[in-house]
Ligand binder design. Structure first.
Ligand SMILES: [Zn+2]
Length: 173
């Protein structure tokens, strides 16, 4: 009998984790235009197919992801970017090299903000980061790569082209 079982803390934790995860599962789709060779993600799924602005039907790869996990990684990245922006400002924007860096950081900040907004749109809720120390959290997050700026690239966002060329790498996901 399920009800008669003694309370098992680990099982309880797992159940809770599962429940949490279930609540935040979402589906995103990568859209690839073979004519323009451009790729973008969307939180909007379509069962009827869709066309790129050039008129070509895009290839689509749907991916299930944990919105809360993605938001955690994105918020971490935003923290890194904003710290670097503050640094760049202090360093003096007059230097040409700094200007380029500042512009790049602004673009990256915009990308992360957009991604977070899309995640929240998909979940129809405000997403909070998972609790815990980053170094500890990180071990259990689907991080595929840390780039040169120290930003974490999640499994979902890592090299999206690999999803559209199964033969080249022999794997499709
Ligand atoms: Zn196109």
């Amino acid at each position: 009998m399920h009800m008669a079982e003694p309370i098992n803390l680990e099982a309880f934790r797992q159940k809770k984790a599962q429940k949490l995860q279930k609540n935040w599962l979402g589906r995103f789709v990568w859209l690839y235009c073979p004519a323009c060779e451009t790729i973008e993600y969307s939180e909007v799924l379509s069962s009827f197919g869709r066309k790129h602005k050039c008129g070509t039907t895009v290839e689509e790869q749907e991916v299930e992801l944990d919105l809360s996990v993605e938001a955690t990684i994105t918020l971490y990245n935003l923290g890194i970017i904003q710290a670097k922006l503050a640094e760049a400002k202090k360093g003096g924007l007059l230097k040409l090299a700094m200007k380029g860096m500042y512009k790049l950081l602004k673009q990256l900040e915009e990308n992360e903000k957009t991604y977070l907004a899309r995640l929240e749109a998909a979940g129809n809720c405000r997403l909070e980061p998972l609790e815990g120390e980053w170094e500890e959290l990180k071990k259990n997050l689907p991080i595929k790569e840390t780039n040169v700026l120290g930003l974490e690239v999640s499994e979902f966002r890592f090299d999206p082209m690999r999803r559209f060329r199964p033969n080249q790498k022999g794997e499709r996901e």
